[in-house]
Write a protein that binds this ligand. Sequence first.
Ligand SMILES: [Ca+2]
Ligand SMILES: [Ca+2]
Length: 182
Amino acid sequence: MRNIRSFFTAAVCTAVLLSTGTATASTATTAAPSEYVSVAIESVIAYDLEESGHDEVYIKATGPSILPPTSQVVELWPDPNWNGRTMSLAQQRCAWTLHDYRCPRDRTVLVYGGPMKEPLFHASETVRLTLMEDDYIGDDLLLDQSIQLEPIEQTRFYEFERKTSGWHYVIHVRVDPRPSPW
Ligand SMILES: [Ca+2]
Ligand SMILES: [Ca+2]
């Protein structure tokens, strides 16, 4: 259960655009900014837990997606078909889904976070990402960040961090340009 005290103590919340990836262009043609983008989680780092022992965490993406069609809320991570609705994380664990280089090896133990979900959005939407901790009387909100999507030519990586007196989490998000689904 969430410690109410955490509402009133200073919290650090940062959002960083880490980098744009290098497009793997096999031709000399210039890529136009993509009208659609996909959003995926690359890693979830539990530096400090909300609960003792383990946190049962998951991430939702809220925004009108194209695929899955007309979904307002997508269960972004973990994939419910892989490991159930939540993933249990101990302290100093980094759950990676595709690129383990997003996990600080000197500070964390790597654990596999399962296959990625990659919902598709119009590149003009705002997508809200919420990291939640499963709880009996309503799940706890640990991190809440939005990304204003825009047409892009190359992959972008974002880092979001929330550090409070009760917990400390970092997530890495990947946004890829995508062709039209139709
Ligand atoms: Ca809780
Ligand atoms: Ca719990």
